[in-house]
Structure formats: C-alpha cells, structure tokens
Design a protein around this ligand. Structure first.
Ligand SMILES: [Zn+2]
Length: 126
C-alpha cells in the first residue's frame, strides 16, 4: 500500500520535474545567437578588364571564364564571396596586390580601369 502511494506520488511529481526550467534560457540563447553569414571588413577595391587582364581576355587562375560578378584576390580562398554595395563577387582569380580586383567588361576592348578605393565589404568564405 505504501509502495503504491509512492508510485502515485512519483507519477504526480514527474510532469513537474520534466519541465526542466533550464530549457527556457537555452531556447532564448539559441534565438539570440544569429549565425554569422560573413565578416565585414574594409577592403581596397580595384578593377580589371579583358584589356588589362594578364594575359588579355577572360582567362582566370581557376580556369573559370571571367564575367561580371567575378573578382580576383590574393588573400581569400577561391570560391569566397565578397559583397560590396549589396553586389556579390565570387573569387575565381588571383591578384598580385592586397586589393579585391573586380572584373569588369564593357565590351569596348579599351581599359578604363581606374577604380581604387577602400570600401566596407562582407566576406563569406567557402
Ligand atoms: Zn582594365
């Protein structure tokens, strides 16, 4: 009889014990910790085009045919994404400077690359 009462008391207490007050702060923490999508940092931005690419044309170190939206960088791994002014550039080429070199192509065959400025960029590594 006493054993049955203990079981009944245990069952009655079990739901309360199962609530685990620690679960609330845990959920709260996971909701406030936003997964980082990239690092924001200041980078120097330059540009290059088929006319000043070396060798001339659309060739890149990775073998990818260069088009707008591609960039070269000497300090980021291939496949990294650099977001500048909301535009994504994928690193598919290497560059001999400390800059992120954006590929531009206006089909003119004439190099008008004169961009050289420091900007805030979001960098997402592969
Ligand atoms: Zn150029």
């Amino acid at each position: 009889m006493i054993g049955e009462l203990l079981i009944a008391a245990t069952l009655a207490l079990t739901p309360m014990a199962a609530e685990e007050p620690a679960q609330m702060p845990e959920d709260y923490t996971s909701m406030t910790q936003v997964e980082p999508i990239g690092d924001t940092q200041t980078v120097r931005v330059t540009e290059y085009c088929p006319a000043c690419n070396s060798p001339n044309g659309h060739g890149s170190a990775s073998g990818v045919y260069l088009t707008e939206g591609h960039c070269a960088c000497g300090w980021l791994p291939m496949g990294s994404i650099v977001i500048i002014d909301g535009v994504e550039y994928e690193v598919v080429d290497v560059c001999g400077t400390d800059a992120v070199d954006l590929f531009v192509d206006d089909d003119s065959g004439v190099c008008r690359c004169d961009r050289n400025e420091s900007v805030e960029a979001v960098i997402v590594r592969p």
